[in-house]
Design a protein around this ligand. Structure first.
Ligand SMILES: *[C@@H]1O[C@H](CO)[C@@H](O)[C@H](O)[C@H]1NC(C)=O
Ligand SMILES: *[C@@H]1O[C@H](CO)[C@@H](O)[C@H](O)[C@H]1NC(C)=O
Ligand SMILES: *[C@@H]1O[C@H](CO)[C@@H](O)[C@H](O)[C@H]1NC(C)=O
Ligand SMILES: *[C@@H]1O[C@H](CO)[C@@H](O)[C@H](O)[C@H]1NC(C)=O
Length: 548
């Protein structure tokens, strides 16, 4: 439907098109042979010239400049890129029209929600996407709105998230500042950061998960996680670079070092929960929710500093080696499907046990491994990345809508234990079992998440294999077909049900604009648009220029 294949190369004149080579009948041939005139000779000479010219052009296109041969691919990609840009414009216009003063658009009822403090979160998260997609009028208008945001007050009570505001608000402002050079954006980034540092526990110097902006006190009731606390070093390194004030970086580095140097049972694998009051780490080990970007930033920090500061590279190597040894499993039915599960501590055996749940969130791992390979030359990691990527794509391609479930669980089926028996044992519905691939779908909703297209973009740029573009296009097409409402894009309740309107949920998360659409756009853009050699993406897809 969206394919826009160029006809240009097909319409190039070919030798057979010229009457000189037309072998209609032998009589005609005869006639030509005996009827040569000067005029005719001139015609044939010019026809021959045209043919030779055509051959020459074709030769230059195909052999001398192989890049041009891919004109077709370029056209296809630019059509796809344009379709993604239109989706961004659509989502943005909906937000702008119905929810410009709010954090997020309600894409069904046409209002706004302020669950993130009322800081116009979608706007902050979208600035650099608008800029990259060259939606300049939209960017300029949005930028002006930033002046009015009051980061000293919150509409969401004691639940402002240090992590989400760091990766979305601070990073969004910093990256938009770096692209546009508008000082106001930097001042605002600094003012959010100054408020966010309220989250730090005065005793441990570790950030709590939530804090109360209005009363400037921490909310100690929810444990922090290693992702919450340990994914801010890129953002605050950048803020310190721009402001010349090293405090931001030092505070972030203290937290990162604290976690990385913690004593662990398995080298390089960390429990995902963190009690910020005591500094205790506990709970399951995972590369998904609560842990993900803590690992992601180890190699990204090295890249951000132009490969000059390798203090977290050994930690990265250690974590990845242990992950490969302990946390990678395989479908019992289709051995081409690998996953990274989570590990739970078993009190009886005194050991960690691998569980086969693979979350959509964990699908950032193939991209991380590919980037780790590009940076540190770890070819085996790239092979694993390709396998994990296939599983992540299968999460989409195996459903009726082509959208992925939030999570899948690779069932321990065996010759002695059927899927039916497992379904009964764990109170699961056999309807959610995918017999061909050997997993149960867990939580059938698709919330417009980015991790799979993020990894597709990184794998495409690093391997050059166009299959990743095809997969990304299929995912985008499903998003267009099923989640697009008359106002924006909606979270989808059941990816196995094709009745779209029945499945829409009134929510369009800001990361859809910040990440999902940005990574799709870059997947179909030339590699020098936000080149991986010049930029590092924070975990919300905000690109930071490498610090030289
Ligand atoms: C942190 O640990 C302290 C001391 O054990 C405990 O009182 C508190 O409830 C814990 N906090 C969380 C969020 O679990
Ligand atoms: C650097 O930033 C911190 C945190 O906002 C602030 O307390 C400190 O006064 C600043 N230092 C300088 C030299 O401006
Ligand atoms: C990390 O792993 C890469 C690839 O095996 C290796 O070249 C590099 O020396 C390792 N770095 C550290 C600090 O362990
Ligand atoms: C299945 O049961 C048989 C007989 O009890 C046993 O020999 C075999 O090892 C079991 N297979 C698996 C995969 O557990």
């Amino acid at each position: 439907m969206y394919r826009q294949v160029s006809q240009d190369t097909e319409s190039t004149p070919r030798p057979g098109d010229d009457d000189m080579f037309n072998d209609h009948t032998s009589i005609e041939k005869q006639k030509y042979h005996h009827g040569w005139t000067k005029k005719r000779i001139a015609k044939y000479v010019s026809a021959a010239f045209v043919s030779i010219l055509a051959l020459y052009v074709a030769f230059t296109l195909i052999v001398v400049q192989p890049g041009s041969y891919f004109n077709k691919t370029d056209k296809l990609n630019s059509g796809r890129r344009e379709a993604v840009r239109n989706a961004m414009k659509y989502a943005w216009d909906g937000y702008r029209q119905y929810a410009f003063d709010s954090d997020e658009l309600l894409p069904l009822s046409g209002g706004g929600s302020n669950e993130w403090g009322g800081w116009k979160l979608t706007l902050l998260d979208s600035l650099d996407t608008l800029y990259i997609m060259e939606l300049h009028d939209e960017f300029d208008e949005a930028k002006k709105q930033v002046a009015d945001i009051d980061f000293t007050k919150s509409q969401s009570g004691p639940y402002t998230s240090f992590f989400e505001m760091t990766i979305r608000a601070v990073a969004g402002l910093l990256s938009a500042y770096e692209m546009s050079g508008d000082k106001l954006l930097l001042e605002k980034a600094q003012s959010v950061a100054d408020v966010l540092f309220t989250a730090f526990d005065p005793k441990t110097q570790l950030p709590h998960r939530f804090f109360d902006v209005n009363n400037r006190v921490v909310n100690p009731s929810s444990p922090a996680t290693i992702a919450d606390a340990g994914s801010c070093i890129l953002e605050y390194a950048k803020l310190s670079q721009f402001t010349g004030n090293s405090t931001y970086f030092e505070k972030a580095k203290y937290v990162y070092d604290y976690i990385i140097n913690a004593k662990t049972t398995i080298p390089g694998l960390y429990p995902s929960k963190l009690n910020a009051s005591t500094g205790a780490l506990y709970g399951p080990i995972s590369f998904g929710a609560y842990a993900d970007s803590f690992y992601e930033y180890m190699v990204k920090y090295y890249l951000l500093n132009d490969r000059k500061d390798d203090q977290y590279v050994a930690a990265y190597n250690r974590s990845i080696e242990s992950m490969k040894t302990h946390m990678v499993g395989q479908s019992k039915v289709d051995s081409s499907l690998s996953y990274v599960g989570a590990m739970y501590y078993n009190d009886n055996s005194g050991q960690y046990v691998l569980d086969g749940e693979y979350q959509h969130l964990t699908c950032f791992v193939p991209g991380m491994l590919a980037l780790g390979h590009k940076t540190l030359n770890r070819p085996q990691d790239l092979e694993l990345a390709k396998k994990l990527m296939k599983t992540c794509y299968t999460m989409y391609s195996s459903t009726r809508t082509g959208l992925a479930a939030e999570s899948i669980w690779f069932a321990p089926v065996s010759e002695n234990k059927t899927a039916k028996a497992i379904a009964e044992e764990y109170a699961l519905s056999l309807n959610d079992y995918d017999a061909k691939h050997g997993f149960f779908r867990f939580y059938n909703s698709y919330v417009l998440r980015p991790e799979v297209v993020e990894s597709l973009m990184l794998l495409y740029r690093i391997t050059g294999d166009p299959i990743y573009q095809e997969w990304g296009w299929n995912i985008f097409s499903a998003i267009e077909e099923y989640t697009k409402t008359s106002i924006g894009y909606a979270t989808y309740k059941d990816v196995m049900d094709k009745n779209a309107a029945k499945n829409w949920v009134d929510q369009m998360s800001s990361f859809f604009l910040a990440e999902t659409l940005k990574y799709l756009y870059l997947l179909f853009s030339p590699n020098d648009v936000i080149s991986l050699d010049e930029y590092v993406f924070n975990t919300e897809a905000h690109p930071f220029r490498i610090i030289k």
